[in-house]
Design a protein around this ligand. Structure first.
Ligand SMILES: Cc1cc2nc3c(=O)[nH]c(=O)nc-3n(C[C@H](O)[C@H](O)[C@H](O)COP(=O)(O)O)c2cc1C
Ligand code: SF4
Ligand code: SF4
Length: 429
């Protein structure tokens, strides 16, 4: 079945961003799945719009170790503690050969300069990729696995790359400006959410001439102890120490949506964003677009699923667009922005919870809700579902704040909303 599908047609959703005509807005993010020429060929055959080559560091990457990953499928959480970067000559070879071999996928660098030449070194790297035929450069201002990993422990390190730089808008702007002055191909800047200044750093990058801001790279964290009976066992296989982990995957999506929303909200509609973070399903692509993304970046899903799932998601996505009369995904860009409100401004409705008695099985889950003074168990009278004690739940509407927790804890979907009693004088706390 899969072999009969025309990948080109199934994945064709043309979009122009930063002057580049993409086959579709879907890009494989810089990471372990864009490390070889063969991978680029596979990405191209699967019909991806773009691919960002694995982080390339010049001179030699100062922390570059064999990979240690973990995929916690229940939590949809990917974590890595160790990762290999590539050297400039190798990445240039991949880019050059890749450009000859691919038919549809646009190829980008993902670079960090870490030598004594400062900005000149950054410019040299960017130019080298331009000469190798790259469709664009991407500055890595996001990797938290190198210097930033050390900095979170309170130690200092003589190097400063990735997330250590991306939090400093001035520094980002300085490098962007210098590279833009010396190269012609579009410049992407991939930012870190660490430090909480992503929209500000994006603003500085755009003002300095960046064509696209990519958001976001990994977050750092400590993944949970897998077996609390053996707390010194490590969550990562083949690793003796507990590591500071770089996190990604679907659990990241709500945070990633906020990062893109912030960048779009603060910088307005005229700039381009490549949205990353937990994109795993055609519905995720829509949500990311609705908060402001022009391109969709995907890394973890390609680690787990390979490359050839894209057309399947796009068949469903195109069907959705057709059913809702959208000509392209881009028609939905920014749609959610006016509906995202702060705690100060959210408009609310008033109602009280009510138990539909014949659905209640008397499980008592709802009466355990800590903040609720409205629910109690009462005589089940004639109701079928009552528990062994003959009881079912009931809400006192005079004590219900409408918080809605009961709707989410009830296993049998008992709760419905009813109007607030007319004689209720004030909202309970
Ligand atoms: C194992 C691994 C390695 C990564 N390496 C890079 C990298 O070299 N450069 C980069 O900019 N981002 C890198 N990333 C970040 C991803 O490109 C992406 O921004 C992030 O994981 C969030 O998206 P996702 O949830 O689709 O993975 C890496 C992610 C993972 C999981
Ligand atoms: S909505 Fe909140 S306050 Fe009202 S019954 Fe449910 S849990 Fe209690
Ligand atoms: S959680 Fe639902 S089923 Fe359980 S007692 Fe409450 S209303 Fe009844």
């Amino acid at each position: 079945m899969t072999d009969k599908i025309d990948r080109f047609e199934a994945t064709h959703m043309p979009v122009t961003v930063a002057g580049i005509d993409f086959h579709n807005p879907f890009c494989v993010g810089s990471g372990p799945t864009v490390k070889t020429i063969d991978m680029l060929r596979q990405i191209d055959r699967a019909g991806w719009g773009g691919a960002f080559i694995k982080l390339t560091i010049d001179p030699e990457p100062y922390i570059s170790r064999i990979p240690r990953y973990r995929w916690q499928s229940k939590e949809k959480l990917h974590s890595f503690t160790l990762e290999k970067r590539i050297k400039l000559d190798e990445a240039l070879r991949i880019c050059e050969q890749g450009k000859k071999d691919v038919k549809v996928t646009k190829i980008f660098s993902n670079i960090s300069y870490d030598g004594p030449d400062g900005i000149k070194g950054w410019i040299r790297m960017a130019k080298a990729f331009e000469d190798a035929g790259a469709d664009g450069n991407e500055l890595n201002m996001c990797c938290p696995n190198m210097s930033f990993n050390v900095e979170v422990t309170g130690e200092t390190i003589e190097h400063s790359t990735g997330a250590s730089m991306g939090q400093h808008p001035k520094l980002v702007a300085e490098i962007v400006k210098a590279i833009k002055a010396e190269t012609k191909i579009p410049l992407f800047v991939k930012l870190t959410p660490e430090g909480g200044r992503i929209a500000e750093a994006a603003k500085a990058a755009y003002e300095a001439g960046a064509d696209v801001v990519s958001s976001v790279g990994n977050r750092v964290g400590i993944v949970s102890v897998p077996d609390i009976e053996r707390p010194f066992g490590n969550p990562q296989h083949l690793q003796k120490d507990f590591g500071i982990s770089c996190l990604s995957g679907q659990w990241l999506k709500p945070l990633a949506l906020l990062d893109v929303y912030e960048i779009r909200k603060v910088n307005g509609p005229d700039f381009s964003i490549c949205g990353y973070g937990g994109m795993s399903h055609w519905k995720d692509y829509i949500e990311m677009t609705m908060v402001g993304a022009d391109l969709i970046g995907i890394c973890t899903d390609t680690i787990i699923r390979g490359y050839d799932f894209l057309w399947k998601e796009l068949v469903k996505l195109k069907d959705y667009l057709r059913r809702h009369d959208y000509r392209s995904l881009n028609d939905m860009r920014d749609m959610l922005l006016p509906r995202v409100k702060t705690a100060r401004d959210i408009e609310i409705e008033q109602a009280v919870a009510h138990v539909v008695s014949d659905k209640c099985i008397g499980c008592e889950k709802c009466i355990s809700i800590g903040q609720c003074y409205a629910i109690k168990m009462v005589d089940g009278k004639g109701w079928e579902g009552k528990n062994k004690k003959g009881m079912i739940a009931e809400v006192n509407p005079y004590n219900c704040t409408g918080c809605s927790t009961c709707f989410d804890v009830c296993p049998t979907d008992c709760f419905e909303w009813q109007p607030v009693p007319k004689d209720r004088k004030k909202t309970p706390v």
